[in-house]
Design a protein around this ligand. Structure first.
Ligand SMILES: [Ca+2]
Length: 480
C-alpha cells in the first residue's frame, strides 16, 4: 500500500482514538509519536479536502422564503394589470424571476389553499377541505400529513413560520407540531393588527403566539412585528440553509394600511382606497425583507416564492370587496377564475430566468415538488397532486398538468387544456345571473376567459367527457 492510498484511511481515524491507542501502547509514552501521527492526520485531511473540492463539491443548499399574501385579487399587482395602486417591490421581484399568469390556488378560501401548499396535495387529500375553526371539526390539518416544513427540516433546513397559520389550534396541529422549528403569528383567520384580537366571531379572542405560547404586544403594528421576526430569523440563521413560510395577513380585512398609504390613496373611492393601502403596505414590508437579504449578501442564495392564497374577498367584512380581477368572474369562495387565479412568481437570481412570464396551468400544490427539485431534495413517496414546475420555469415547457380538479363544498371543476367544466358554480362577484341550467357550466378559457357565457349546450360531448372525469376523480378522494 502506498502512502497516498493510506491517506484516506488515516484521515478517517479520529485523533482522540489514535492518542488513546498510543497512550495504551506506550505506558511511558513520549509526545513525539503523538505529534507525528497528528501531523499525518492533518496532511491526510488536507489532501481529502482538496480532492473533494475537485470531485464532489458540497454546495450549500439555497434558502427558501415562501411569501403568501391573503385575499389578494387576481390582478392586484402592477405587472398583472392594476393601475390605481403601487406594488414596486412585487414588480421588482417579478423582474428578477418568472411570473405566472395562470397560477391557481387549490381552493378558493384560506385553510384548504394553505393545506395544499404545505402538503403538495389537493385539500381533500391533505385532510382539510374547508376553513379550520377552533370550535368546528375538522379543527386543523391532520398531523400525519407530511408537510413542506417537515421535508425541509429532514433535509437539514432550519424552518420558520412567521404570520398567519389557520391550519389548527391544538398544540399538535400548531406550526411547531407540523415541522416548524420556530413560529410567530396568529392561529385564526384574521386579527386586528394593533390589538391582535380576533373580533369577527364570538367570543372575541386574543390570538398571538410564539412557539405555542401566547405573547402580548399591545398596540404594536402586526406587519412591523412580522418584519422584526423575519429579520431576526434570517440574521440568526444566515449561516445555515433556512426555510421560512412568511404568511402575511394582508390585504385581508380589516385592511389596515399605514398612514402613508392611506394618504396616497385618499382620492380613491371606498373600499378600494382601504384595500389599496393594505396592498401597498404589504408590498413595502416585502421590500424591506428583500433589501435585508441583499444587505446580508443572501439574495443569490435565496429562492423566493410569492403567491396569494386565493382571489379577493367580497364579504361584508371586506366592505363588499375591493380587489381587482379585471375581466375575470368570481371572487373568494367561488371556483370561477377570480376565486382561484392568483398572482404568483418565483425568483432565484443566477439560477432561475429573469423577467419572464409563463402562461402554463400551474397550481399551489406544485410548489412542494418544485422547491424539492430546486433544493436537490428527494420528493417523498407519498402521492402528491402537485408536479414540479422546474421545466416550466427554466425551459418554458408545457404545463405538467394535462388536467386538474377542484372541489369546494358542492362546487367542482375539471380543467383540461383550455376547457373548464364547473359543477354547481357560485359567483361571489355577482357579475351575472346563474340559473339551474348553469349547474353544469362549460367554458373554453382560450376563447372566453370571462366565463360569462355557458357553452355547455353547444358542446354536450365535452360536458359528458369532463363530467365523467370528475366522477372518476372523486372516487380517489378520501371520504370525510
Ligand atoms: Ca385568504
Amino acid at each position: 500500500m502506498t502512502f497516498t492510498q493510506l491517506l484516506p484511511i488515516i484521515g478517517m481515524l479520529k485523533k482522540e482514538l489514535i492518542v488513546t491507542f498510543i497512550i495504551r501502547k506506550h505506558k511511558r509514552f513520549s509526545l513525539l509519536p503523538v505529534f507525528l501521527v497528528l501531523g499525518l492526520c492533518s496532511v491526510a485531511a488536507q489532501v481529502k479536502k482538496n480532492n473533494s473540492a475537485v470531485t464532489a463539491p458540497t454546495e450549500r443548499k439555497p434558502n427558501v422564503i415562501f411569501i403568501l399574501s391573503d385575499d389578494q385579487g387576481t390582478l392586484d399587482v402592477n405587472s398583472y394589470g392594476a393601475k390605481d395602486l403601487q406594488t414596486p417591490n412585487l414588480d421588482a421581484l417579478a423582474r428578477e424571476g418568472v411570473r405566472f399568469t395562470q397560477f391557481y390556488a387549490a381552493a378558493p378560501v384560506c385553510s384548504p389553499s394553505r393545506a395544499a401548499i404545505l402538503t403538495g396535495k389537493v385539500p381533500q387529500r391533505a385532510g382539510l377541505a374547508g376553513n379550520a375553526a377552533p370550535n368546528r371539526a375538522p379543527e386543523g390539518m391532520p398531523t400525519e400529513q407530511f408537510t413542506l416544513a417537515e421535508m425541509m427540516k429532514q433535509a437539514g433546513y432550519v424552518t420558520g413560520h412567521i404570520g398567519k397559520w389557520h391550519l389548527g389550534y391544538q398544540s399538535a396541529s400548531m406550526p411547531n407540531g407540523q415541522g416548524f422549528d420556530y413560529s410567530f403569528g396568529h392561529l385564526v383567520g384574521c386579527i386586528d393588527n394593533y390589538s391582535h384580537f380576533f373580533y369577527w366571531d364570538g367570543p372575541n379572542k386574543h390570538d398571538l403566539w410564539r412557539n405555542g405560547e401566547e405573547v402580548w404586544y399591545d398596540g404594536q403594528f402586526f406587519p412591523d412585528l412580522l418584519n422584526q421576526e423575519m429579520t431576526s430569523f434570517i440574521e440568526q440563521n444566515k449561516a445555515k440553509p433556512f426555510f421560512v413560510y412568511w404568511a402575511l395577513n394582508y390585504p385581508h380585512y380589516p385592511m389596515q394600511g399605514t398612514e402613508k398609504w392611506r394618504t396616497t390613496y385618499a382620492h380613491l373611492p371606498r373600499p378600494r382606497r382601504d384595500y389599496a393601502a393594505a396592498v401597498s403596505t404589504m408590498d413595502e414590508k416585502i421590500g424591506e425583507i428583500l433589501k435585508k437579504l441583499t444587505d446580508l449578501k443572501l439574495r443569490e442564495h435565496t429562492i423566493i416564492v410569492f403567491m396569494s392564497d386565493h382571489g379577493h374577498s367580497t364579504e361584508e367584512r371586506a366592505m363588499g370587496g375591493a380587489g381587482y380581477a379585471g375581466p375575470f368572474r368570481g371572487a373568494k369562495g367561488s371556483l370561477f377564475e377570480a376565486g382561484l387565479r392568483v398572482p404568483a412568481m418565483i425568483s432565484w437570481p443566477g439560477h432561475v430566468p429573469q423577467n419572464q412570464t409563463r402562461h402554463q396551468l400551474s397550481v399551489g400544490t406544485d410548489w412542494f415538488p418544485t422547491i424539492a427539485e430546486l433544493c436537490g431534495i428527494p420528493v417523498p413517496k407519498d402521492q402528491l397532486d402537485g408536479k414540479s414546475l422546474v421545466p416550466v420555469i427554466t425551459k418554458n415547457s408545457a404545463s405538467p398538468h394535462q388536467r386538474f380538479h377542484w372541489l369546494f363544498d358542492k362546487q367542482w371543476v375539471v380543467r383540461q387544456g383550455d376547457w373548464k367544466l364547473l359543477g354547481n358554480p357560485v359567483d361571489k362577484s355577482n357579475k351575472g345571473k346563474l340559473t339551474p341550467a348553469d349547474s353544469l357550466f362549460l367554458v373554453n378559457l382560450r376563447q372566453d376567459s370571462t366565463e360569462m357565457k355557458n357553452t355547455a349546450a353547444q358542446h354536450p360531448e365535452m360536458v359528458t367527457k369532463l363530467k365523467a372525469l370528475h366522477q372518476e376523480w372523486i372516487k380517489t378522494i378520501p371520504a370525510k
